[in-house]
Ligand binder design. Structure first.
Ligand code: DMJ
Length: 504
């Protein structure tokens, strides 16, 4: 209770700051609300009210604090009003804490470019550049703060949060990167990218996620974010999508040297947010049947959903091929050399892959899959990450295809069997998914409670519980309403970068 970390195997907590910041509690408030866990929720609320102070001599990561702590408080505030069975509608404790925290986090944006510094000193309210990477900020971290800040502005009428976070999007876009694909480091002094490396996994992932979600959050009133999302998705299809050698599974590769360089067939489990994000983009969170009935279905949406389905299968494969039934942190796929060669700047165009596929029968057995998934010892751990079940939940909601529940249930069982830390102690990370039982690690990330268990619970909840077309999940699975804002996007694009097939 109130500790920052939980070590499930030894059954103890530990702190990351002098007085603790309640990382575990705050990240899991809304999960407790959704699951109607009234007793631990009441205890957590009391701890928050009496013991949580952000006035501490402590540096925190700007991104993690925004998505987990600010996001957790804002989601609790929203759900306390929406699910009054579990909390009082008039409870102001969550919003009061959120405002105090956000006022401290604003210091991160006080850089010459407006790109946030990697860290903030909470007590002194100053932004601090990263100690590593020459002071660069991670691109995904800089561009995954907007849903939280915009919702807080909407709630308080204070425009500062909105404007600071939105400015980041402009600075990134002013780099006019090709095909909407952004490198993974950006410098807060200059606003320029400091590497050419592009990936949809660590340091890249949630930039793309927040493009489509910023569009959805403001009820489709800011088309600039839809354009950016379409541009990025077209870039992903042209430059990063490839297929495996044996089972012809669709994967998202990486570009270690940027566009025009060779592909690396490495895919982090983190990339598995993408099928869900694509499905949200194609449907807005409605069911496919609903969008079709509205007469709004297009060939482009059909193609996007096909890609989402294919990627979802690959992400499920990360679990299906291992002995423990748990996914590793990273998979290296077996891909033919030719698929990894540098592609021309405009991409290889349509047909390259389809032509290959057409020539071979698809081999879809688990034995073929297993040949394609290469798991290296250093990548074989599982941190109880949510991305695959997150996408399964979205895919289930929008397609109604029961296969996504079936896969989700198997994943749930694998977690239950392989990650249990001991009677009454909960569940924990494991060191190697290739062995049974997997060796336990004495560390449980708060996103296990905030995200993985929440998405699994919602996967098996009635579909009218928190309808997907009414809400938007932040990247830590905290739930915000969609709204129409009193503010409009305060920036315009300098130029539209190469955009094959976007805006359809
Ligand atoms: C979470 O903190 C968020 O989902 C973030 O976007 C990625 N990393 C973890 C979960 O894997």
């Amino acid at each position: 209770m109130g500790k920052d970390r939980y070590h499930a195997v030894s059954g103890r907590g530990s702190q990351m700051s002098p007085k603790g910041l309640g990382w575990i509690i705050v990240d899991s408030l809304d999960t407790m609300m959704i699951m109607n866990l009234t007793e631990p929720l009441a205890e957590s609320r009391k701890w928050l009210h009496r013991s949580l102070s952000y006035d501490q001599d402590q540096d925190v990561n700007t991104f993690e604090t925004t998505i987990r702590m600010l996001g957790g408080l804002l989601s609790a505030h929203y759900l306390a009003g929406r699910l009054p069975d579990v909390a009082s509608r008039r409870d102001s404790v969550y919003l009061t804490k959120a405002i105090d925290l956000a006022d401290r986090l604003l210091a991160a944006y006080e850089s010459p470019s407006g790109i946030p510094y990697a860290s903030v000193h909470l007590g002194r309210k100053v932004g601090l550049p990263s100690h590593a990477d020459g002071g660069s900020s991670s691109m995904a971290e800089a561009a995954t703060l907007q849903l939280e800040m915009k919702y807080l502005s909407h709630l308080t009428g204070d425009e500062r949060y909105w404007r600071r976070a939105e400015k980041v999007m402009q600075v990134l876009d002013d780099n006019a990167m090709e095909a909407g694909l952004l490198p993974i480091f950006v410098h807060p002094d200059t606003g320029r990218f400091t590497t050419s490396e592009i990936r949809l996994g660590s340091r890249g992932d949630s930039y793309y996620e927040y493009l489509i979600k910023q569009y959805l959050q403001t009820s489709a009133t800011e088309p600039i974010y839809l354009t950016l999302w379409h541009e990025a998705l077209a870039g992903i299809e042209r430059h990063l999508v490839t297929t495996t050698r044996n089972a012809h599974l669709t994967i998202i590769a990486e570009l270690p040297h940027g566009i025009g360089g060779p592909l690396s067939p490495k895919m982090d489990h983190l990339v598995c947010f993408l099928p869900g994000a694509i499905a949200l983009g194609a449907t807005g969170g409605h069911t496919v049947a609903h969008v079709k009935a509205q007469g709004a279905w297009t060939a482009r949406k059909e193609a996007e959903m096909a890609l989402a389905r294919d990627l979802m299968k690959t992400c499920w494969g990360m679990y299906a091929v291992t002995a423990s039934g748990l996914a590793p942190e990273i998979v290296w796929f077996d891909v033919e050399e030719e698929e990894l060669r540098p592609r021309p700047a405009g991409g290889r165009g349509d047909g390259g892959e389809d032509g290959k596929k057409g020539g071979k029968a698809k081999r879809d057995s688990l034995a073929e899959w297993k040949k394609d998934f290469v798991i290296k010892p250093l990548d074989a751990h599982n941190l109880q990450r949510p991305e695959t079940v997150e996408s399964l939940y979205v895919m289930w909601r929008v397609t109604g295809d029961p296969v996504y529940r079936e896969w989700g249930w198997k994943i749930f069982e694998a977690f239950r069997e392989g990650t249990a830390a001991g009677l009454g102690r909960g569940y924990t990370a494991v060191g190697d998914v290739r062995v049974v039982p997997p060796p336990l690690r004495d560390e449980m990330e708060s996103f296990w409670l905030a995200e993985t268990l929440k998405y699994l619970y919602l996967l098996f909840s009635p579909t009218d519980f928190l309808p997907l077309e009414e809400v938007v999940f932040n990247t830590e699975a905290h739930i915000f309403p969609r709204f129409k804002s009193q503010w409009k996007t305060g920036w315009e694009r300098n130029r539209v970068a190469g955009c094959g097939g976007c805006g359809m």
